[in-house]
Design a protein around this ligand. Structure first.
Ligand SMILES: [Zn+2]
Length: 344
């Protein structure tokens, strides 16, 4: 396998070139940033509405990056190629690995590297296409591409059952694990996303700690275009003139188990422009905001208040525990819902 090893070195070489002069890359994207010894800090250019100047850090030493507010690195990966992919994604530009690598090669004029490798007699083909091929073969961060039909699930979700969700609930939301070793989604739990009654894609949640990224979205799904569970929620929502807003799918399921049908998930902490349109279209007048009880969740509440406060009557119940998905149904009923009678 010395062949593969040599090729991995090539990518590391590109990384080294980038980190020798990272200003060139960040300047190309017009990003404002600050450097503090070995770390670069900036607001996250990947998720929408990031305004904290320390939201994202790049370690020049370790050559990795991390989005502390929204965990964008979990979706794309932590190396510099993944960072470029994330930025391209946020700008609605092609964002495959090859797109990121091509851009980097252009910015840093990396084709020069070809000569060097040729001299060693290790390479006769084009440097760039070699790299792309290698990456497709071996990199675990590349999003596996699979259509809805490709996933073979087992008909239940032992993974989410182990996280104390009722099998009946998981059936209602169509959540099933994939354990098919021939499938790119193995070791993932498949959460369907529906829109107007049609299944348009899915989120694949890793069921193993070692399998990153934690969440994958099926091809073509832009999560900021949807509200999770909107279809199921809308009738009750119109009836009660109210929608509950939560971050994740698990939060939606837990509230459902506690008797709340009019709940939608944001797929994160921020309300995108499209999601705001959907909320306005729903016709509800009250939003109950139950984002996570961590620092980022609190920031998100402030932002939601600023952006939606004049359009809706907002309710911010005090929440207990880290997030709803990890809170017991009884606790939710007794400590949160008890004060929200008539809204669900
Ligand atoms: Zn981010």
């Amino acid at each position: 396998m010395s062949f593969q090893k040599t090729q991995t070195l090539d990518l590391n070489k590109v990384k080294t070139i980038v980190f020798n002069d990272i200003d060139l890359l960040l300047g190309h994207f017009d990003l404002e940033y600050a450097q503090d010894s070995d770390n670069i800090f900036m607001s996250c250019p990947i998720h929408e509405g990031s305004d904290n100047p320390n939201a994202l850090s790049i370690s020049l030493d370790k050559q990795v990056w991390r989005c502390w507010t929204r965990g964008c690195h979990e979706e794309f990966g932590t190396d510099i190629f993944a960072f470029v992919r994330g930025v391209l994604y946020s700008r609605d530009e092609p964002h495959q690995f090859s797109d990121a690598l091509r851009l980097i090669c252009n910015i840093y004029n990396v084709s020069n590297a070809k000569t060097e490798y040729k001299e060693k007699g290790e390479r006769t083909e084009d440097f760039f296409s070699d790299l792309v091929r290698t990456f497709k073969k071996s990199d675990p961060v590349t999003k596996p591409t699979a259509s809805c039909l490709d996933v073979h699930t087992i008909g239940s979700s032992p993974y989410f059952e182990s996280r104390n969700f009722k099998s009946k609930t998981l059936r209602y939301f169509g959540v099933e694990d994939c354990q098919d070793n021939s499938c790119a989604m193995r070791h993932r739990s498949i959460i369907p996303i529906k829109n107007n009654g049609k299944k348009i894609g899915y989120i694949a949640r890793s069921t193993k700690d070692w399998l990153q990224p934690k969440y994958l979205f099926s091809e073509g799904i832009k999560k900021t275009d949807y509200l999770y569970n909107y279809d199921n929620a809308i009738d009750t929502a119109r009836n009660k003139h109210c929608l509950f807003l939560v971050e994740g799918q698990g939060d939606v399921w837990r509230l459902y188990e506690a008797g709340v049908n009019n709940v939608v998930g944001l797929f994160g902490k921020d309300v995108s422009i499209r999601q705001k349109e959907l909320l306005l279209k729903s016709g509800v007048t009250t939003l109950v905001v139950l984002t996570d009880n961590d620092q980022a969740g609190r920031e998100s509440k402030i932002k939601i208040n600023r952006e939606l406060g004049r359009l809706f009557s907002l309710v911010f119940p005090a929440t207990y525990g880290k997030d709803l998905g990890d809170t017991s149904v009884n606790k939710i009923k007794n400590e949160i819902l008890i004060n929200l009678r008539g809204l669900y």
